[in-house]
Structure formats: structure tokens, C-alpha cells
Ligand binder design. Structure first.
Ligand code: UDP
Length: 483
């Protein structure tokens, strides 16, 4: 039996890394002919990613998955538009070397079957081309967002539209991957900024030339968007999701040495569906003024809460990696922790999947990162949207307007190093929380429960994502170069 070896190249960001590792597990579990080597690029300063990657060797039992840690590049930590591109370029020689070693050490029955590249590592297609093996892209966001990238790239390169002119525009755009008109204000900052739009859309152009795009979504969630992709010139598309890390291998950071046990114990004591959970992803943080408005809103809403509150990056102008507060009281209104002690809990990094799975959770104030979105749907927890960066505004619009699966605190709030909205007031936040928590039984609440069931069905034998994964494996094996 020939063994097909795939090389996975994720970027070291929690939202990308975890789902690509889970994808690798899914592939090797499904077919004994497949094995995967995951190349781990290292950022010198991300403790959250480090604790996840350090756990991999012991937590991933599959013998046909190997992790190769690439050397750390000293690329500085300053936020520049080109930071990610520079980081990926600096890793190319390491990837090349690691793959050469892999090929050299392969047994006579092992064969390199191709690269599976992170959606922002498309320049590494060149390395696969040099070796004469196919490339696939792993797309960590929605089918609608993939459609947006492909569409904007055509507008830019074939119709000579200057995409950055949509910045501050009140216009609504007709996108093939949406049935509704899309407000320009929910486009991601990366396409609204002169320095970043071209390199970003170059990824869309390069993806077209791959053998296929594996998308972390499922047909039943985004039927229109998935169907639109062929018309936008995508190669084969494989919706294989939702790919989630639910079995305790998600990094659960030591919190007071308890690995989150105190959080789960606290949730156990709360009534069903009574707690609003606030969590803003691996890069989410707020300044002190905003934190005070949030605290005030929570207190006034009267709802029970579990709040993942994280500290801003220690120095300004650095890549945005938040950390946990030693004592969150230093940024909260005086007496807040004391007054809310019987109804609320403020934490740092949250064991998010376990929290969303808990019956006490009644709603989720989320930044709408795509993994968080899929997790909330999987557990049937309704979301109130509060996006911050990346494609989160776009996801919020898809959830609230296109799919009717969420309620809005804000869809176009934005706080990244390129653009910044003002502060959301306690009134706005309180209104959003009340709407989220007091609409149990509403149409959108019922819809979330239905989608939750569909997400589970998609992965079971005969389900849409199960079949799509089978198609992907057949194609990987058929596309292998002949030796
Ligand atoms: N996450 C977590 N605890 C936190 C913050 C994030 O477990 O306090 C996990 C979350 O469950 C999700 C991932 O980290 O799986 C974040 O990915 P997402 O795409 O939602 O957002 P990003 O971090 O990329 O902005």
C-alpha cells in the first residue's frame, strides 16, 4: 500500500492552527493511506500559541501525524502592514528544508501527495510547484468570505476598481456570495487599506490555481455562498466543517492552577440558560474606558455573566497579543467585583468550547471570529455580535442579516491597528445583552437550534461534510504525481 504524505502549513495563530490540526486528525482517522506532517512556524512572542503547540506532541495520539517545529525567526514585533507577509517569507527556506528532509527520509512506500496551505500562505505554492506536487488551501473562514475575496480580486484586477474607495462609503454592494446587499462598512480593514489590499487579494488569485480549497463550513449553513464559488472561478471546493476542537485538547490555560475547573464549578451552580458569556477571541482586548462601559452595562442588565477580560498588549505599536490580568480589579469600576460577586465571574483566557457546551450559558457576546461562530452554532448558543478586527464585521453581517442567526450589539465596530471605532456606550451594550438574553424562543433562537442539529448531521456518515471529505481524499490520492 502506498502511503500518501501531506504537508500542512498553518500560520501560528490559534484560530488557524487548531482547526488545521483538527483537519489533519480527521484525514488520518478517515483513511489509513494518509499521513500528515504539520510544520509549525514560530512567533517569538505568543504564549497562547506556545502553550498549544507544546501540548501537541503529547495530546495528539495519532501515529500518522507528525509535528515539525521550524526555527524561530527574529522578525521584530512591530505592527506593520507587511508583518505577516514578511514572517511567511522568512519561513519559506525552513519549510523547503523540512520538506526536503521529509522526502529524503521517506520509505519506499511513502510518497509526498501535496501541500495543504493556510489561506494566507499561498506564496508557498511555489515550493510545491518546485517539487512537482499539488497544493490545496485550507480556508479557516466562511464560504461567503472566500466568495468575497474572489469577487474583490476580479473587481480589482479585471475591472480596475480601486477597492480602498469603499472605505467610509455608505454604499451597499452586490456580492455573488450573498443574497443581501453587503454594506461597504463591514468589509475587512485589510481590503480598505492601500498597503494591504493588493497582497491580500493576491491570495485569492493564487488560490484559483490550486487543486482545491478546503473550507471550514458546511453546506447547510451557507448553501448560497457555497454554490456561488464555482461561478467565481474557484477550483474544487470542499466544505468539510465544522472542524472544531472539542475534546479538551483546546488550550485550557492554567487558571489559578485549576485548568478552568473553578469556571466549570461556578457554571454548575447557575440556572439553565441564565448566563451571558463574553469572549473576544485570541486577540481580543479593550482599553480601560471601554471596559468600564461594559462593566456598567453588565451590572445594569441584571443578567448573570461570565466575562473573559484580557489585558491589552503591554506596549503600544506591538503585534496585538493580549494576556491575562493578575488582578482585573485594576481596570474595573470600584466595587464592581464585590457588587456582582453573586451573579458574575470575571476570568482571563476561557475554556471556550467547554463553556459554550454548558447548560447554564444562555447567550454569547462574541467578536464573531469564524471558529467562535462555528462553536456557538454547534452548541446552539445564540450570539450578540461585537466584531473587532480581521473579517469579523463581515461574519457579523452574515450571521445577523444573511442567515438570521444572531442579534446585533454592533456589526461595524472596528478596532485594529489600521482603523478604530469610538467607544460603545453602556446603554448600547446593555440593550444588546437584554435583547440576546430575553428573546428565548424567538425565530432566530429556534433557527440556531436547527442549525446546531444540522452541523452535527453534516459530520456523521452520509452527511454533507462527511461526503465532501471523502471526495477530497479521493482527489488527493488521484492527484498524486506518478513516480
Ligand atoms: N478561545 C478560547 N478561549 C479564549 C479565546 C479564544 O478557547 O479565551 C478559542 C476559541 O474557542 C476559538 C479560538 O480560540 O476556538 C479563536 O478563534 P476565532 O476564529 O474565534 O477567533 P480569533 O482568535 O482568530 O480572533
Amino acid at each position: 500500500m502506498t502511503h500518501a504524505e501531506l504537508v500542512f502549513v498553518p500560520i501560528p495563530a490559534i484560530g488557524h492552527l487548531i482547526s488545521m490540526v483538527e483537519m489533519a486528525k480527521l484525514l488520518v482517522d478517515r483513511d489509513p493511506r494518509l499521513s500528515v506532517t504539520v510544520l509549525i512556524m514560530k512567533l517569538p512572542f505568543d504564549a497562547d500559541v506556545d502553550s498549544y503547540t507544546n501540548s501537541l506532541a503529547t495530546s495528539v495520539a495519532a501515529t500518522r501525524i507528525r509535528f515539525v517545529h521550524l526555527p524561530c525567526e527574529n522578525i521584530g514585533t512591530e505592527i506593520l502592514g507587511s508583518f505577516l507577509t514578511d514572517f511567511i517569507e522568512s519561513n519559506k527556506p525552513h519549510v523547503k528544508r523540512a520538506v526536503a528532509e521529509l522526502v529524503d527520509s521517506a520509505s519506499s512506500t511513502q510518497q509526498l501527495a501535496g501541500f495543504v496551505l493556510d489561506m494566507v500562505c499561498t506564496t508557498m505554492i511555489d515550493l510545491a510547484d518546485e517539487l512537482g506536487v499539488p497544493s490545496y488551501v485550507f480556508f479557516t473562514s466562511s464560504a461567503a468570505f472566500l466568495g468575497m475575496m474572489l469577487h474583490l480580486q476580479l473587481l480589482q484586477d479585471e475591472h480596475h476598481v480601486n477597492i480602498t474607495e469603499f472605505k467610509d462609503s455608505a454604499s451597499e454592494l452586490d456580492f455573488p456570495s450573498f443574497t443581501n446587499l453587503l454594506p461597504a462598512k463591514v468589509l475587512p480593514s485589510v481590503v480598505l487599506t492601500k498597503e494591504s489590499v493588493r497582497p491580500f487579494l493576491e491570495h485569492a488569485k493564487r488560490m484559483r490555481a490550486t487543486k482545491g480549497i478546503i473550507v471550514n463550513t458546511f453546506d447547510e449553513l451557507e448553501p448560497h455562498a457555497v454554490r456561488s464559488l464555482a461561478g467565481l472561478g474557484a477550483p474544487a471546493v470542499y466544505p468539510v466543517g465544522p472542524i472544531l476542537s472539542l475534546n479538551g485538547e483546546t488550550k485550557e490555560k492554567d487558571i489559578d492552577g485549576h485548568r478552568g475547573d473553578d469556571i466549570m464549578e461556578w457554571l454548575d451552580k447557575q440556572p439553565p440558560s441564565s448566563v451571558v458569556f463574553l469572549c473576544f477571541g485570541s486577540r481580543g482586548w479593550f482599553g480601560e474606558d471601554q471596559v468600564k462601559q461594559m462593566a456598567c452595562a453588565l451590572e445594569r442588565s441584571g443578567h448573570r455573566f461570565l466575562w473573559s477580560l484580557r489585558r491589552p498588549p503591554l506596549s503600544k505599536g506591538q503585534v496585538e497579543i493580549p494576556s491575562d490580568y493578575a488582578d482585573p480589579a485594576e481596570v474595573l469600576p470600584e466595587g464592581f467585583l464585590h457588587r456582582t460577586a453573586s451573579v458574575g465571574k470575571v476570568i482571563g483566557w476561557a475554556p471556550q468550547a467547554a463553556v459554550l457546551a454548558h447548560r447554564a450559558i444562555g447567550g454569547f457576546v462574541s467578536h464573531c471570529g469564524w471558529n467562535s461562530t462555528l462553536e456557538s452554532l454547534w452548541f446552539g448558543v445564540r450570539v450578540a455580535t461585537w466584531p473587532l478586527r480581521a473579517e469579523q464585521q463581515f461574519n457579523a453581517f452574515e450571521l445577523v442579516v444573511e442567515l438570521g442567526l444572531a442579534t446585533e450589539i454592533k456589526m461595524d465596530y472596528r478596532r485594529d491597528f489600521r482603523m478604530e471605532s469610538g467607544i460603545l456606550t453602556a446603554d448600547e451594550i446593555e440593550g444588546g445583552i437584554r435583547k440576546l438574553m430575553e428573546e428565548a424562543g424567538s425565530e432566530s433562537w429556534k433557527k440556531v437550534k436547527e442549525v446546531s442539529e444540522k452541523s452535527r448531521k453534516a459530520l456523521t456518515e452520509g452527511g454533507s461534510s462527511y461526503l465532501s471529505l471523502g471526495r477530497l481524499i479521493d482527489d488527493i490520492l488521484n492527484n498524486m504525481p506518478l513516480i
